[in-house]
Design a protein around this ligand. Structure first.
Ligand code: GDP
Length: 197
């Protein structure tokens, strides 16, 4: 897919106020610093479409971008657990769960994972939560340039093994580097194919 247009639409913290247009929507989510803004800017070939970490005012907001006038890219904030009593099951911040449960336009989420790190409980639990709620997602491993090919392969294998403890098969995944534009065509072609299906 060629990116001909990428425009910021709106930011808000309430799923009810998200754009009403019935356009297919893809949401990018991950822990803060995973490389989400860099990835979005790389995919869209824009320097500052998504604001990179360290800039104030972007926390807790659902950010909509209109791409090629026919689909929405959503930049969700870094997730964390909601503060609930220790006894109850861990859950995620309310506006994130509300977004995923109520946003009918959502086609697929991309859960971003830093390829250098061991599988993190919060990411695994978030993907389980998506699965329990029948919400489609793909994994995007970020910062692939930071590892040598052998180490990258080792980490991906370890991640797959961990996933297979709770999933029947490894979900669709992509390996990306924002500094080298690795994985750009793969992610965009995936979105194009899903949109066309
Ligand atoms: P966010 O908090 O998830 O939006 O993360 P950012 O996109 O702001 O990235 C966090 C840090 O990781 C920044 O210092 C980026 O320059 C760096 N970073 C992000 N993606 C990559 C990548 O693909 N390769 C390298 N080497 N650094 C990256």
């Amino acid at each position: 897919m060629k990116i001909k247009a990428a425009e910021f639409v709106m930011s808000n913290s309430d799923v009810a106020k998200c754009p009403t247009a019935r356009l297919p929507e893809y949401a990018f989510i991950g822990r803060s610093n995973v490389g989400k803004s860099s990835l979005i800017n790389m995919l869209m070939q824009r320097k500052n479409l998504a604001k990179t970490s360290g800039r104030p005012g972007k926390t807790q907001l659902i950010n909509h971008f209109l791409i090629n006038k026919n689909w929405h890219l959503v930049d969700l904030p870094g997730y964390g657990y909601a503060k609930v009593s220790k006894k109850s099951k861990k859950t995620f911040q309310k506006f994130i769960t509300e977004y995923f449960k109520n946003r009918e336009q959502l086609v697929s989420a991309f859960v971003l994972v830093d390829c250098r790190h061991e599988p993190q409980t919060i990411d695994l639990e978030f993907m389980e939560w998506l699965g329990e709620n029948q919400l489609p997602f793909a994994i995007i491993f970020t910062k692939a340039d930071k590892l040598k090919p052998k180490a990258l392969e080792r980490n991906l294998k370890a991640y797959q093994e961990k996933m297979l403890e709770s999933w029947v098969e490894m979900p669709q995944y992509f390996v990306t580097s924002s500094t080298h534009a690795t994985g750009r065509d793969e992610v965009l072609n995936y979105i194009e194919q899903v949109n066309a299906a």
